[in-house]
Design a protein around this ligand. Sequence first.
Ligand code: MV4
Length: 664
Amino acid sequence: MFNKILIANRGEIACRVIKTARRMGIATVAVYSDADREALHVRMADEAIHIGPAPARESYLLGDRILGAAQTTNAGAIHPGYGFLSENAGFAAACAEQGVVFIGPPTSAIEAMGSKSAAKRIMEEAGVPLVPGYHGDDQDPALLRGAADAMGYPVLLKATAGGGGKGMRQVWSEGEFDEALAAAKRESLASFGDDTMLVEKYLTKPRHVEFQVFCDNHGNGIYLAERDCSVQRRHQKVIEEAPAPGMTEALRTEMGDAAVKAAQAIDYQGAGTVEFLLDEDGSFYFMEMNTRLQVEHPVTEMITGQDLVEWQLLVANGSPLPLAQDQVRINGHAFEARVYAEDPDNDFLPATGTLGFLQPPDESSHVRVDTGVRQGDEISVYYDPMIAKLIVWDESRERALQRLASALAEYRIGGTVTNLDFLYNLATSRPFVEAELDTGFIEKHSELIFHDRHQDLERELPLAALALLLHKQQADGTRSCVDPFSPWQHNNAWRLNEPHAHRLTLHCHGEDHEVLVEQRGLDYIVAAAGRETRLRGELSGDTLHLDAEGHRQRGTLARTHDGYTLYLADGACHFQDVQPDTGEADAAGADAGLSAPMNGTIVALLAEVGASVEADAPLLVMEAMKMEHTIRAPAAGVVKAFYYQPGDLVDGGAELLDFQADEE
Ligand code: MV4
């Protein structure tokens, strides 16, 4: 077995491979770019080699640098992970030339599957079922049209040079075929420089069911059940599961045998995935074969109890497969949800930011979190904004789905926008619970999945306001002073014979909301979003215990550099504390602009303590809500003291400096 392997990847998959290698007693070498200098995978590996600047084309995609790192560290093998160079035949060949084992299939297999049309021809010869259609070289429009007429409409025009959904056009009737073909050819030529088309029968409600196959170099080839990956958005998988709902033993055997036949048709070795379209009538058709370990491989590991990276290492080292087909067991059901820093309410735009607060659900035999980031890490703009893969397992699909919903609800991430609410809504939606799966799922059920969070404002705003007030009182309660119990040291708005009234302004859901909180004994009467709510609550650390007229729940209040996130039982509410308009500030005149306009981070101090400054001179810069705010001198005068330093987090309303105006 290899003494040392190099992982030519980053993020969660690099960490995941390192874990298995370590368990097998194999030393590990990581590679990293400038942006990943402090990354988790670098920390986890035994050694690490810098390979270049942040852009992948200048680092992770440079095969020579990676091979150089393997030579430098004397690594016997390279694990490519997925993406990057994992399906790059040239890199696999370069490894072979330099005597470094490429942990993956032979170069010839990667090449064979590299072209969609070549792959289809190979599968057709091997007797693997293809979608009825025409994918020949003769591109005479009349011939293509004849094929479409013969198979019946609707048909799908696919650019041979396309893939991943690009270059596909539906044709619903004979009358529109000619024009559609001409348009599809133009688009394909423009996109791929090639206008070769294939025509297929269009399956209107297919499922994406893929089989995990494994082949060794002793002639053995098996499948380890299947995964249903139908829930996709723009050809990006969102939630995957194993086994596929409704799969029968007979169909599994038929599809599994076809998958192994496909692999053996190209003398496959290692881990591979054969993707099928499964039609409503149970017929299935080869779609494509992936010659790498897939992102979603953990769901297969959870139901078979196998470590597929261990299998890869064993097979790459010439060992036979650990199991024969009849020894593979399927136990229970597993899901994987891909947790991303992206904004579902903004067309899934990748989000940036710092993971100022990161609390994944507790791991157990039921919950697994594959991640490559830690609290405090920056979500890089250079790579896929994946935060983690959340994998769950239980004895049945129903119980596994319950685990998924709970784990998603417990996942605490602050400092960036995530798709957690979107995943929660999807996983708990009735059609998903009832396994009404097909590749159009997300589009078909968007009103359930993208429900407007604004409707939650009424419920969340009072709770957020109370959480903020308790946080301020907790902070004040710790303010250093001679007698912390003196009533004069607490700013809980206590006034003799007057109700304790607090006026707060919270910025959430894109707007400022004024909230009045009146303290009556243990009760807080909160006037917000046009109604009054009677609440009780206490905050200890970041744990909030709330009671809303008998409905008690526990929440977590997280502070990040750009505000707060209140995590509740069924969702999270992000908000900023806008400077409280308490009225005193105006009366103080000179102090009006010297407190933080809202939560933020001190960026820079621009004046010398003790030096005279002109009116309106910039004194301090802070960052809040991704914008910079400059605090300026209210008049000519002198800064006596700054209360914070660059990098400090400040609450909205916090006094930032002591300024002495000349006229005072
Ligand atoms: C199809 C199809 C329906 N009928 N072919 C999408 C990209 C590539 N993997 C093949 N794809 C499809 N081919 C026929 N004859 C529907 C899709 C498809 C799809 C397939 C799998 C997973 C998600 C998908 C999303 C949209 C369309």
